[in-house]
Design a binder for this molecule. Structure first.
Ligand code: HEC
Length: 150
């Protein structure tokens, strides 16, 4: 019984590891493919930057819905920014190594004191759940990658 349980556990862990590797490889391949075909995606005109929206996975789509609900009024459709309102999040400044995911959680929870742009402070986003911010981050990172921001 003990041996059987550990065998099952080993198999489960093995599947998870394979699944994670498969998922990571899959998303890399997808984003590389997207970059190669970048011109084919719908290009959203915005007053600040042009953003190519890649094909979105289910979770990325769910992040897009939440972004539209909570963030797009200021940051623009696709995070392309809006002149006079808020910056584009599809921007080198917000690449993961410069503004890690924690910056997004803090921004939503506490707001942002204006420091990079002349648009004033970002107020805290009321009523948003941490899991919703998480989905938004997954979405923003996918769109960033599709636009060469890694
Ligand atoms: C009322 C307008 C408004 C809304 C709504 C808004 N933002 Fe912002 N946000 C701003 C402005 C303005 C800035 C720029 C601050 C600055 O000058 O650096 C900003 C900056 C940010 C930053 C950069 C933070 C940093 O550390 O520099 C992130 C990340 C961000 N917003 C994410 C979001 C997300 C995610 C949402 C939705 C959940 C959202 N924002 C909703 C106006 C807004």
């Amino acid at each position: 019984m003990v041996i059987k349980n550990s065998t099952i556990l080993g198999a489960v862990i093995g599947f998870i590891v394979i699944g994670v590797i498969y998922t990571l490889n899959g998303s890399n391949t997808a984003s590389i493919t997207k970059n190669e075909n970048a011109g084919e995606g719908p290009v959203i005109d915005s007053s600040m930057v042009d953003v190519i929206i890649p094909d979105l996975s289910k979770i990325e789509k769910s992040g897009e819905d939440k972004f539209l609900k909570y963030c797009a009024a200021c940051h623009g459709i696709g995070g392309a920014g809006q002149k006079g309102v808020a910056p584009p999040l599809i921007h080198k400044i917000y690449e993961p190594s410069h503004h890690g995911d924690i910056a997004f959680y803090y921004a939503a929870e506490r707001g942002v004191r204006s420091h990079h742009w002349p648009f004033g402070n970002m107020p805290p986003v009321t009523g948003i759940k941490k899991t919703e911010v998480q989905d938004i981050i997954v979405y923003i990172r996918a769109v960033q990658r599709a636009n060469g921001i890694n």
